[in-house]
Every structure is written in structure tokens, then in C-alpha cells.
Design a protein around this ligand. Sequence first.
Ligand SMILES: Nc1ncnc2c1ncn2[C@@H]1O[C@H](COP(=O)(O)OP(=O)(O)OP(=O)(O)O)[C@@H](O)[C@H]1O
Ligand SMILES: [Mg+2]
Length: 279
Amino acid sequence: MASNIEISPPQDKHGEQNLDKKTGPIALEVSNLSVVRSGKVIIHDINLKMKSGEFVGIVGPNGSGKSTLVLSILGFLKPQTGEIQIYGNAPLSKTLNGRIGWVSQAASNLPKEVTITVEELVMLGTVNSSNMLFWPNSDRKKRVKEAIEKVGLKEHSTTDVSKLSGGQRQRAVIAKALASNAEFIFLDEPLVGVDRKTRNSLLKLLDDLCHNENKTILMISHDLTAMRQTAHRIIYLEEEIKYDGPSSEFPNFAELAAIRGIQQVHDVNIGIKESDGVI
Ligand SMILES: Nc1ncnc2c1ncn2[C@@H]1O[C@H](COP(=O)(O)OP(=O)(O)OP(=O)(O)O)[C@@H](O)[C@H]1O
Ligand SMILES: [Mg+2]
């Protein structure tokens, strides 16, 4: 029975034991974070540390607070309790300007009536408070070109975003985050609606960004299999952090059921394979 399975405790106070020793200084520190939305506790007493160069995946069922956690880290939601520091600064600090990239959930669902080319969309990623009144200089143009190339949309630079496929649009919004030159990139379900080939190339791209450019990545996804293959560390969130550890040791289905308090209702395994891997 699933309930007999021993699960190692998620972490010490700040997930210290789960930090990859090879990576750099602390990029993110979340302490005792609780967030309430419309009077309901959505996340409760979260402690989390990430080092520069780490690739951390967040999984959890719908409504478990994944986007809420990221929105709070970015400073868009005010916590009820707790503290958040990114590179030692409070969220939205001026010193973080240009250092954070964010691909929001459904970012690629741009309104149909918006007419904007891939190049123009990605250029928006280079805008910050000090350059917004100026025409793009050669550095910004170069970053846009490089970001578009990285996501494989070179042939579509001047294509209207509304004419792209879902996967191509997703790549365009990721290019926008890359063009910002951000050191820390947050991605909220970037793999939704992308075909297998695109998904693999995006995962390869994120992996390269971590290993070759020392970017720090926090990615939310329901695609557990993809996450297991790429993230250094996976966090399972369901109001609280219920697992935080190396991807290779992420609990199997039976262990997850125990973590979530789900009882087995069938006598036999009904045929869900580990490889199906979607939470
Ligand atoms: N604007 C809002 N006002 C009040 N409650 C909200 C708001 N947005 C989300 N919630 C609630 O907060 C809870 C967590 O939502 P959140 O979007 O963080 O979940 P999630 O884990 O990202 O889910 P999904 O996998 O579906 O994206 C849900 O119960 C949701 O109904
Ligand atoms: Mg979400």
C-alpha cells in the first residue's frame, strides 16, 4: 500500500540540503512565505533557497499555488507573512531591473487584434526604465537577433505573432525573456501546447542557458517527465512544499499518492505508466 512508503522529509528550513553544491551564490531566498488570496490561504509557510545556475522545476496539481508562488516572488502579490530576497534584494527593487525574466502562464495567448511581429515582441523584452524613451541601440538589436535565433525563429522574425503556431508563439515569448539578458528566468508552464520537437528543443535551450550561460531557472510545468530530464531539482507544491530534492529521486506514483494522501481505489494497477508523467 502506498501509505507504507517512507518519504524523505522535503528539506531543512531553507532547502539547504537540496542545493547543488557546484552552483554559485544564493539567487533566491524565500522564508516562511504564506500568501492569502480572496481570504483563502493559497500557500503556507514556504521556505526555499536557490543558487545561481540552478534549474529548479515546480510541479503540483491545478490550483496548488504554483503561479501564486512565482507571482509572489516577482513581487506582484503581497505575502501575508514571510520574506523574499532575490540576489539579496526585495522583489521589484530597482537593482533587479533587467536581471529578471518572466514568461507568464499563457503569455503566448496574445489578443487576436494585436498586430506585432516576432522582432517587435522580442524587442519589448529589452525595454527597461532607463532606455524606454530611446530608439533601440545596436546592443538591444543584437540581443533581439540572438534571442530569436536561439529559439529557432530566425525565418519568422518579421512574421506577425498571430500567424504563428502555438509552439512558435511560445518560443517567441521565451525569446522575449531571453532578450532581456536576465540572469534569473521564471517560466510558468512554457511547454503547454508545444509539439514534441519544439518541447525538446526548448528543454535543450533551457539546459544550455543553465550550463553555458549560468542562468538561473525556475520553471513550472505539469510535464513531470520533461522536468525529470532537465531540472536539477524538483519541488512538489500543494499549498506547502511536500518534496524538494534531486530530480532523479523524485517520488514515483505510489509515493506521490502517499504524499498527497490519495488512497488506492483499484485492486490492480489500472495501467498508468511512470512514463506518462503528467501531474
Ligand atoms: N486572482 C485571484 N484571486 C483569488 N484567488 C485566486 C486568484 N488567482 C488564483 N486564485 C486561487 O489561488 C489558488 C492557486 O492558484 P494558482 O494559479 O497559484 O494555482 P496553480 O498551481 O498555478 O494552478 P494551475 O496548474 O492550474 O496553473 C486557486 O485556488 C485559485 O482559485
Ligand atoms: Mg498556474
